[in-house]
Design a protein around this ligand. Sequence first.
Ligand code: 4AD
Ligand code: MG
Length: 467
Amino acid sequence: MDKIKRTSVIDLLKSKDLGKTVCVKGWVRTKRGNKNVAFIAVNDGSTVNNIQVVADVAKFDENVLKKITTGASLCVYGVLVESQGSGQAVEIHAETIEIYGIADETYPLQKKGHSIEFLREIAHLRPRTNTFGAIFRIRHNMAFAIHKFFHERGFFYFHTPIITASDCEGAGQMFQVTTLDLKNIQKTSDGSVDFSEDFYGKPANLTVSGQLEGELAATALGQIYTFGPTFRAENSNTPRHLSEFWMIEPEMAFYEIDDNMQLAEDFIKYCIRWALDNCSDDIKSLASRFDSELIERLEFVLANDFVRLKYTEGIKILEKTVAEGHKFEFPIYWGADLAAEHERFLVEQHFKRPVILTDFPKEIKSFYMKQNDDGKTVRAMDVLFPKIGEIIGGSQREENFEKLKKRAEEMEVPDKDIWWYMDTRRYGTVPHSGFGLGFERLILFVTGMTNIRDVIPFPRTPKSAEF
Ligand code: 4AD
Ligand code: MG
């Protein structure tokens, strides 16, 4: 028997090897039956679907069968046969069953139908549920699709640092990285912390974005993308924010804002198409449990062009609806940053499809964005999605050295932090553009989940870093 290799559940369910002895290994999802026969549903994570193992009670030690409960891990040898029951094509008639590990009555996942909030408290075990198995298989597929999309288009995957000594981006509060003894901080003569003793000899942080280093690469390799973790210490406890999240940041030499918008639209559609084509069992399983409109929504995004809208036009639409009596929590006027409620109004109620908003007031955007001739706006772009709000943020970059320098000074970005970045504009500067996609926000959209804590294995949020 030992010579028979294990087959994954996903392959067994498709197998035509009826009458052959097979080996399956996995975890018990449910066991039911009567005094003659036991039906054991086994899952090994390869698919949301289980394989049914049928055990003739007379053939097995009663004590062994008793120990086969939800959560236990098994190695089963048996004959693959056409299933008599409905719901599955094939099942295994067990010849031998070895229990690798029992799961006693304290196993928290005894029954179906635990609340998503309860499962968050046991994030170390939740990947064993159908829901989270599906989410994390989709997450893997999205990561794969992203690499495939860029590779096929001649982009290079470029690794930018996680630890950085500057907060040029202004994207949010940073986490400091230090080896100083916090119980015994050395001060300089003027009373400030003596960072010369710190690991890097100066203050260092976890990165909020790989963009600035990404621009260095784009002006050498032509087109690159980053895909890594980023960290923001802002205290936003919302269903859309994590303090540790993954971001994909393509950066392209010779791209102007319109090229950037088109790439963003093609990119998101490619990922959604990939999910529909390659994760249909998992998507269907999530749709049936949480969101009956999920598949329709994904197909809809694929079938429609994204609206392109200037910020100024967007504000006019929002002001008009307020004048007509629509209530928003936050005030809206030219110059204001859009809140999620404004973004979702434009997408879900006004246009009823994704919107790419461009040309924002320069005051609410970063120093590096390309300045328009009006002196008031910059060539920023935010891609806004139904149910999500902002899924992508990006811009054409200011390639003119003098203009960029002036804007950096106005926004008090110290030259000592960006002298290396300024070199891209000193030497062989080119028009270029890029954007950042929040990976978890893409997963939210594709899975139909509503809380970002449920689409990353171990979420990091204010006051929460368990596991
Ligand atoms: O709009 P953001 O801050 O843009 C940048 O960081 C640029 N450097 C990107 C670029 O041009 N290369 O962030 C980009 C995206 C957002 O649109 C959102 O999807 C996601 O990252 N994001 C978050 N996702 C989860 N939790 C948070 N706290 C997030 N902050 C931003
Ligand atoms: Mg943004």
